[in-house]
Design a protein around this ligand. Sequence first.
Ligand code: NAD
Length: 512
Amino acid sequence: MAIVRSVVDNASERRRLSLANPATLEPLGEIEVQSAAEVRDAVGRARKAQPEWAALSFDQRARYLRRALAILLDEQDRYVDVIVSESGKPRTEARSMAIFAASDLLTYYAKRAERLLRPQKLRLHGVMRVMKRCRIVYRPLGVIGVITPWNGPFVLSINPTAQALMAGNCVVLKPSEVTPRSGALVGELFRAAGLPEGVLEIVTGDGETGAALVEAGVDKISFTGSVATGRRVGEACARQLIPCTLELGGKDPMIVCADADLDRAAGAAVAGAFFNAGHYCSGTERVYVVESVADEFTERVVERTGKLRQGVTGEFDVGAVFWQDQLEIIEHHVNDAVERGARVLAGGRRHPELKGLFYEPTVLAGVTHEMQVMRDETFGPVLPIMRVADEDEAVRMANDCRYGLGAMVWTRDTRRGFELARRIDAGGVCINDMSMVYGVLEAPFGGMKESGVGQVNGETGLKGYCFAQPILTDRFGGRQTADRYPYSAKADEGLRRFARTLYGGPLGRWLS
Ligand code: NAD
């Protein structure tokens, strides 16, 4: 969406927010901020629907995902229209980030959830190996509160929702107030797919509604958003002793080694920084390039950046900034850098001709870690490039950061790239590409340091929506425990000897 303003209307009891298209500035109507009571009602409906939903087989649940997929593919242009109207992004970005990614994850979880969540036999060790059998069953948690941000409003909403549903939970989803309609499309899609009443509830509103959801008696919160809000959500969950995953901001570094393919590295730096107008949690937020190749790399980045087209309709490459508050942060970071001595090699200002929220793709050189643009998340179309003496310095600088979401390494020597990647404090690293771990559904995705708590996606993500319950079966019908009393000196001596025999020699090691 969008440009968001509070509607001042004393006659109405409800708070409302008005929205406008960030590219055209055209009004997009209003949304109501739902109250805590309404959120509790939504959770109540989800709670009521959950036992029946959980009782369905995986295949029965998967059928709803497949139906949703078919509808999404048939109606993709309408979905793209809504997303573009709220974000001002190029249609190709809406299609790749929302339609393509959602189609992939719906297909994946519909097919794989059963296998990933089926009861698991554990091989036990020691005495238990002889006496017990253990199986783990993955039980749904119940009702999951999903709270999502504006930068990928459809995919970041449908992804946790699909995982939680396949694991047998019901979901109450609170999309961002900046992109409420793109988020609400998830509800519309599953409704059209025939999902039973109450299994997925959508609540609309801003932080007040989000905070109400956290307090509404859910069994887990899946939160994606900023560090500041994530901290508040995490504190509220800890107080209530409910689990949460926090997928938070990033300041992803890209390291360009001396042996990198400079043309490709430059292309990926440009894509990583300007894709989705830079509103990408794993966007390329800072580059460390080795001195010996810095000039050539920077020249190629500037040349590619100069060719990017901004626009409102038709064919263009970089869309509007989605939200007016983000535009202020972007301007502030660039101005702060310039005041402290950075050089603007491209962009560095709002687009002079486009009347919407457009900021020109910006390349900065001569940056330092004293500047905000190198320390805090900019989340906009800004690419600061810093020269470093060698790869060791690059890793040091990459790790000199409170965030740790993703990172990129560019080198022709992939073995060395792997070794460098292991030294970077980041939730996931891509060698010779822009950050795209989120799109690899099998890989656990999450942040180190302030970038988050917990990991999502794939087996880890699905199991995160479950309680792993071990069920032990005694192989001897429980006789040894049933006959435990009375204690005696003889039994104690027997245990002493048994401990020595078992752990004092090879037998214990063999059984372990
Ligand atoms: P935000 O924290 O302002 O808002 C996120 C959501 O939380 C919104 O729905 C908002 O209404 C809600 N909210 C606000 N206050 C709340 C409260 N007190 N309790 C509960 N909910 C509340 O974040 P944003 O500006 O929408 O999103 C941008 C941020 O999200 C960036 O930092 C970006 O890096 C991050 N992000 C992270 C990932 C990831 O996977 N790690 C992915 C996308 C975006």
